[in-house]
Design a protein around this ligand. Structure first.
Ligand code: ADP
Ligand code: MG
Length: 228
């Protein structure tokens, strides 16, 4: 793990490239949440953006996955411009702080939701769900109601659900912040190992230096809408 500048991996081909990204929310006065950020995430690399609350982390992540409209700048994957590509066509996954699981579906149906929407057969779905439960360490819990899960287990399900569609990049917005400190440390290591075993690129945002250091290959510091 290294602290470094956004250009450290310039020689690495492919992956995510964010260039001069600006997010300004309209209003009186307008809020300049992201003020010109450029960064790269290489294939299979986990990069953490570390900064205090309000510094623009979620806005930046939102623009990367396509749920926040950038004011200017570009988001690209393997040099293909995705800045205006709809969320579902980017093949990026998103994990939020509180998981946002579907409360009325059991664990297996939460994980299999994306593949089901994508028309994957019941048989192939079941096999993928079993595989993912194993990957995130929840073997045999497919039939469990999400209301019967601990906070840590919920985040494991959220991770499995976002991996189900085999995203090329996973965006994680403070994924462990709702958990107690000791659980956070353990789960951070597990999440790191899972991301690496899956070979997926990941962009993690957090205000917690320990979480950033435990999970990322590289940590970029952010403050007031900019990389520091
Ligand atoms: P972080 O995730 O680092 O806490 P955010 O990206 O959520 O930061 O917020 C950055 C700034 O943008 C803050 O001042 C916040 O109040 C503002 N902001 C975030 N979302 C919106 C929005 N939808 N409309 C207006 N202002 C927003
Ligand atoms: Mg945020």
């Amino acid at each position: 793990m290294t602290y470094g500048r956004a250009s450290d991996d310039e020689r690495m081909p492919g992956g995510l490239t964010v260039t001069d990204l600006v997010v300004t929310y309209p209003g009186k006065p307008p809020v300049e949440a992201v003020r010109g950020v450029s960064l790269r995430v290489g294939p299979g690399e986990t990069v953490a953006l570390l900064g205090p609350s309000g510094c623009g982390k979620s806005s930046l992540l939102g623009a990367v996955v396509g749920i926040v409209e950038p004011t200017s700048g570009t988001v690209a994957w393997n040099d293909q411009d995705l800045t205006w590509t709809p969320v579902h066509r980017r093949r990026f996954g998103l994990v939020f702080q509180d998981g946002q699981l579907f409360p009325h579906l059991d664990v297996a149906r939460n994980i299999g939701f994306g593949p089901r929407m994508a028309g994957v057969s019941a048989e192939a779905r079941a096999a993928r769900v079993t595989e993912l439960l194993e990957i995130v360490g929840l073997e045999g819990l497919g039939g469990r109601a999400v209301s019967e899960l601990s906070g840590g287990q919920r985040q494991r399900v959220a991770l499995a659900r976002s991996l189900a569609a085999r995203p090329r990049l996973l965006a994680l917005d403070e994924p462990l912040s709702s958990l107690d400190a000791d659980l956070r440390t353990r789960l951070a290591k597990d999440v790191r190992d899972i991301l690496r075993s899956q070979g997926v690129s990941a962009l993690l945002v957090t205000h917690d230096p320990a979480e950033a250091e435990a999970m990322a290959h590289r940590v970029l510091r952010m403050g007031d809408g900019r990389l520091l």
